[in-house]
Structure formats: structure tokens, C-alpha cells
Design a protein around this ligand. Structure first.
Ligand SMILES: Cc1ncc(C[n+]2csc(CCOP(=O)(O)OP(=O)(O)O)c2C)c(N)n1
Ligand code: SF4
Length: 524
């Protein structure tokens, strides 16, 4: 029987999760994490796209409270959305196994920031694993569930773009499990109800657990020493290990796989054996600062290497102390909305009407680029509506009445609904106009379904949450639906009309994404 395959890191996590008997996978799409849940579902795992990452994590926590194994996937900024349950589930712990995948995007190939989520593991006091190739993605996922169950704590798998998307050979070491079935919920008020009187001892208990996990990590096989020339020792983790190994094959290397809590005594003993010891890590100086804070003398990198991804050339520069500014990579061709994209006509009108357009994240963010240059802000998912409200509250009336928020349908389900609630509750004096660009899919991340598309992760029919019903239910004064292709002239008339009124208005500009239609055709 074949037990070796060429897999991406994301596929390897999915296969290991399925083989480990995971009963439920939840998540919200986001590059570079999306394929984990897609692959898990394609292989027959029970998986679901959640409306957002907070919901995904809370559902996963519920399953793990019921003694199941659950995996929850998201991109790095998704963990900000899920931060509330993330921080407190460390206190309650779990009865089953809970693995949370954060796929970080250093270099921002498809993100609005390049935050380094290793800080979040430390801040929340949740053990963290950092695989550096697909084999480790597989092995660490298997071990992450064991760790989570043994220590009754969630585990964070922190991956990065190159690890998620590169393909390496994976030897599948475990036999597929049929999953567990003795699910039950154990009533434990002090352990699971985080009122202050319970949360205080729970935090103290977590500190003890982390101290014991640090001891465990001193000897754990997540970390590996590769002996080498005593002149140079390198401490590294994740994808940086691959670059370091290639740049200095003869150096001694301490490759860390479990990077919170850190095995500081192992690091101390490694560093003391080399004339020069340097930390090679992508992103923030997370390892460097923790190691220096423990009084261990290591070198770090210059601040210029904190920005963007590392690569072999950059690692060679760090090792040689060459901090000269780097030549810029040639900028590629600017992305464009597809020919025939339904979003186009809306931006043509917004530009013509000289609107101020707080926008959001999705394919429609491309409305900020030429030829439209019509979307004026992009911050985080959901902020298109709410930043628009802030502008409506403070701008002089004539200008306020030119403010139009744009948001996609998936983003609306993710974090736009509460903005709409604020619009009617803390109504600006001029009202507000929100355009929901409803193309029936999450196009930007590769055409995933969402609660408004009427299909589940496997493209089977599911309950369809109607945007117009939500808008009417919260009390928006005008709710209009426009078919952008059948009645192309209507969008200009409608935006002009609603901008002239001091009312709260939602215009749903509806037309399926042409690529989503193609994909559904294929499925049929
Ligand atoms: C918190 C967070 N989660 C996930 C993402 C990744 N992401 C960017 S836009 C987007 C949704 C796009 O869908 P939609 O709003 O329907 O717009 P479309 O691309 O279809 O035009 C997602 C999931 C993100 N940027 N931030
Ligand atoms: S993928 Fe769909 S939504 Fe995105 S630009 Fe192309 S047609 Fe428009």
C-alpha cells in the first residue's frame, strides 16, 4: 500500500487530521489556510465554513468540550477575530483534542498586514507548534491532537505561506482512524464557567500547566539539534530552517518545532557550544527576544529583515551581517477585476458621482486600483460599513451625503451585520448608504460558499440566509435589490436617489461571479 504522497503543507494537515479521527473541522476561508478545510472535506471529513473565525473557533471548542477531536482553520488576521474565545479557552482547557491552525502571511501576498501570530500564542498561553515542511505538517498535526488531549489544552499550529503551499513528500505514518464515538459533556462549573471567581484559579492553573509544558518541551522530540562546525550555531524554526540549512550546511542547528513554551535550557546549552550563535527567523524577533530575555547571548537580525518573507539570499545576508538595503523585487502586473466581473459597473458609478467610498476586503477591493480608483479605505473585514458611519458622523453635511460604504456578501456575513445594526441604532444625521456587492460567493479566496450562497462546503444545498431579510429586520429604511446585468442602468439611478435622501439605505447589487457560475456548472 502506498503511504507516501507529494502534498502541500495544507493537504498534509488535512490528511493527518482525518487520519487522527477528527470529528469536526470548522474555519473561515483566508489565504494561505483555505485548502486545509477544503481538502479535509473532499476526503470525506465532516467540515463546515463558518460565518467568521470567532464562530468557527467557538463551535470547535464546543465539540472539544464534548470530548471530540476538532480542527479550526484560519488565516493570521482571522485569529484576531477569534481572539476572544482563543484567550479564554486556554483557561477552560478542553476534554477532547482541539487544534487551531493559524496560517500567517509574511510578505502579505494576500493580506492587509503581516502580523506574526507567535505573539498570540505567548499572549494567550497556548502551546504552539511550527512545522517547516509538509512531513512536519503531517506529523505535528498528529502529535498536536495527542498533546491537546494529554494536557487538556488547545494547541496552535502556526504555519506560514511557504509551508502551507509548498509540496514535499509525506510519509503517512498512522492508519486512518474511524474517529471516536464516546462523546459526552462532563459538567464542571468551576472549570468551564469563566466567571471571575472561577477564572482566577483557572489562570493560576494555566500558569502551572505552561511551566510543566516548558519542562516537557526541554526533552520533547519537536525540537532537534543537528551538530555542526563549532564556529556557527543557528537557532531557527518553521520555513527559516530550510533557508538556514541551505545557506550554512555545516553549521550547528537547533531546529525548534514547539516554540511556545520555549525549551530555554536546551537553547542555553546549545548556544554555549558555539563561538557565534544567531537566530534565523521570519517576521518579528519573537525567538530572539525571548532567548535574550532569558540571558542567553545570541545574535538577531537587522530590522530590515523583519519586513517581508525570508529567502535564501536574505538569510545569507543576515548571516554575513550585510544590512544594506535590498533591491526591490520588480512589481508584477497589477491585478484586475475579471472581464465581465459584476463589481465593475458599481465602481464606474461611484467614480462618476465623486463618492467617498470606505471599502472592505474581497475581489471588490480592486476598485481602489486604476481605472476606477474609487474605493478609499480598506482596514479589516467589516470596517467598510463602520468606517463609513464614522465619516458620516463628522463630515460636513454636503460631503457626508457622498459617503457610500461597499462590502461583499461573504464579508457582510462575516462582520458586516453588526455594522448595519450600528447604522440604525446610532444613526448618523444624514443616514447612510451601504452597497452590498452580492456575487453569491467568497470569490477572493477561491470561490468558497458562505451562509448567503445557499450551499454548504461540499456545494450541496443549505439554508440560504437572505441579506435583504437581515437588512429589513434590523430596521434599515430603504432596502433595494438590483440585478447588475439585467438592469445595468438602475444602479446609477438608485445610488443617486439614495444619496439625495437622509435615510439609511442598503442597495444589494446582485449578480453571481462569473467564475463561481463556471465552477458550479462543473460540479453539475
Ligand atoms: C479576518 C479575515 N478573515 C479572512 C480574510 C480573507 N478574505 C479576504 S476577503 C474575503 C471575503 C471575500 O468575499 P466577499 O466579501 O464575498 O467578496 P468577493 O471576493 O466575493 O468579491 C476573505 C475571506 C481576511 N482578510 N480577514
Ligand atoms: S473572480 Fe468573480 S468577483 Fe472576482 S474579479 Fe473575477 S468575476 Fe469578479
Amino acid at each position: 500500500m502506498h503511504n507516501k504522497s507529494l502534498l502541500s503543507g495544507n493537504e498534509a494537515v488535512a490528511e493527518a487530521a482525518l487520519a487522527s479521527g477528527v470529528s469536526l473541522g470548522t474555519g473561515y476561508p483566508g489565504t494561505p489556510s483555505t485548502e486545509i478545510l477544503e481538502h479535509f472535506a473532499e476526503m470525506g471529513g465532516k467540515a463546515q465554513w463558518s460565518p467568521n473565525e470567532k464562530v468557527a473557533l467557538e463551535v470547535g471548542i464546543g465539540a472539544a468540550y464534548g470530548k471530540a477531536r476538532a480542527i479550526v482553520t484560519m488565516k493570521h488576521v482571522g485569529l484576531n477575530v477569534a481572539a476572544d474565545p482563543f484567550f479564554t479557552v486556554a483557561y477552560t482547557g478542553v476534554d477532547g483534542g482541539l487544534v487551531i491552525v493559524s496560517a500567517d502571511d509574511p510578505g502579505m501576498s494576500s493580506s492587509q498586514n503581516e502580523q506574526d501570530n507567535r505573539h498570540l500564542a505567548e499572549a494567550a498561553e497556548i502551546p504552539m507548534l511550527e512545522p517547516s515542511d509538509s512531513q512536519e505538517c503531517y506529523d505535528f498535526t498528529v502529535k498536536a491532537f495527542e498533546l491537546s488531549e494529554k494536557w487538556k489544552i488547545p494547541v496552535l499550529m502556526r504555519m506560514t505561506t511557504r509551508v502551507c503551499h509548498s509540496k514535499t513528500v509525506v510519509e503517512k505514518t498512522i492508519k486512518a482512524s474511524n474517529g471516536y464515538s464516546d462523546f459526552s459533556f462532563v459538567k464542571d462549573l468551576r472549570g468551564k464557567v469563566m466567571i471571575p471567581s472561577n477564572a482566577r484559579p483557572a489562570h493560576a492553573g494555566l500558569r502551572e500547566k505552561i511551566a510543566k509544558l516548558a519542562e516537557f518541551n526541554e526533552e520533547s522530540d519537536f525540537n532537534r539539534v543537528e551538530n555542526g562546525n563549532k564556529d556557527l550555531g543557528i537557532i531557527t524554526s518553521g520555513i527559516s530552517y530550510q533557508y538556514a540549512k541551505e545557506a550554512e550546511p555545516d553549521a550547528g542547528i537547533l531546529k525548534l518545532g514547539m516554540t511556545y513554551p520555549l525549551p530555554l535550557e536546551k537553547i542555553r546549552s546549545f548556544a554555549s557550544g558555539y563561538k557565534r550563535c544567531i537566530v534565523i527567523e521570519e517576521g518579528d524577533p519573537y525567538l530572539y527576544k525571548s532567548i535574550r530575555a532569558a540571558g542567553i547571548n545570541v545574535e538577531g537580525k537587522h530590522d530590515i529583515f523583519r519586513l517581508g518573507e525570508l529567502n535564501l539570499k536574505r538569510v545569507r545576508k543576515i548571516l554575513s551581517g550585510n544590512n544594506t538595503h535590498e533591491e526591490k523585487l520588480p512589481s508584477g502586473k497589477a491585478p484586475q477585476l475579471c472581464p465581465g466581473c459584476p463589481h465593475k459597473s458599481v465602481y464606474e458609478v461611484l467614480k462618476k458621482l465623486d463618492c467617498t467610498v470606505p471599502g472592505d476586503i474581497g475581489c471588490y477591493s480592486l476598485g481602489t486600483l486604476p481605472p476606477y480608483e474609487a474605493m478609499d479605505t480598506l482596514l479589516c473585514m467589516g470596517a467598510g460599513i463602520t468606517a463609513g458611519l464614522g465619516l458620516r458622523h463628522i463630515l460636513p453635511e454636503a460631503r457626508a451625503m457622498k459617503v457610500v460604504s461597499v462590502i461583499g456578501d461573504s464579508t457582510f456575513m462575516h462582520s458586516g451585520i453588526t455594522g448595519l445594526v450600528d447604522m440604525v441604532y446610532n444613526r448618523p444625521p444624514t443616514g447612510h448608504v451601504v452597497i452590498i456587492l452580492d456575487n453569491s460567493t467568497t470569490a477572493m479566496t477561491g470561490l468558497q460558499e458562505h451562509p448567503g450562497s445557499g450551499r454548504d462546503i461540499g456545494r450541496n444545498p443549505a439554508h440560504k440566509v437572505k441579506i435583504e431579510d437581515i437588512a429589513k429586520a434590523v430596521g434599515v429604511e430603504n432596502v433595494d435589490v438590483i440585478d447588475l446585468i439585467r438592469n445595468p442602468g438602475d444602479i446609477e439611478k438608485m445610488i443617486t436617489k439614495r444619496l439625495s435622501e437622509k435615510k439609511t439605505s442598503v442597495i444589494i447589487a446582485r449578480r453571481p461571479c462569473i467564475l463561481a457560475l463556471k465552477q458550479l456548472g462543473k460540479k453539475k
